[in-house]
Design a protein around this ligand. Structure first.
Ligand code: SF4
Length: 64
């Protein structure tokens, strides 16, 4: 299964991934970081696209 992973050191909280894929990503820590809230939803929306919209390349997709 493909799982999106956010590198919190890189994430700047821009919200692009949340806009694109709100079932999977959520902004937390007062909007400072994106967290993966439901990685199993990754099969229904394209998280590789989310990885593509991230301006700092903080999202990677791990195959597990
Ligand atoms: S698109 Fe990237 S930088 Fe923006 S909130 Fe998501 S993980 Fe963070």
């Amino acid at each position: 299964m493909k799982k999106p992973v956010v590198d919190y050191d890189l994430c700047i909280g821009c919200g692009s991934c949340v806009e694109l894929c709100p079932e999977v990503f959520e902004l937390r820590e007062d909007g400072a970081k994106a967290f993966v809230i439901a990685e199993d939803k990754c099969n229904t929306c394209d998280c590789e696209e989310a990885a593509g919209v991230c301006p700092v390349e903080a999202i990677s997709i791990s195959e597990q």
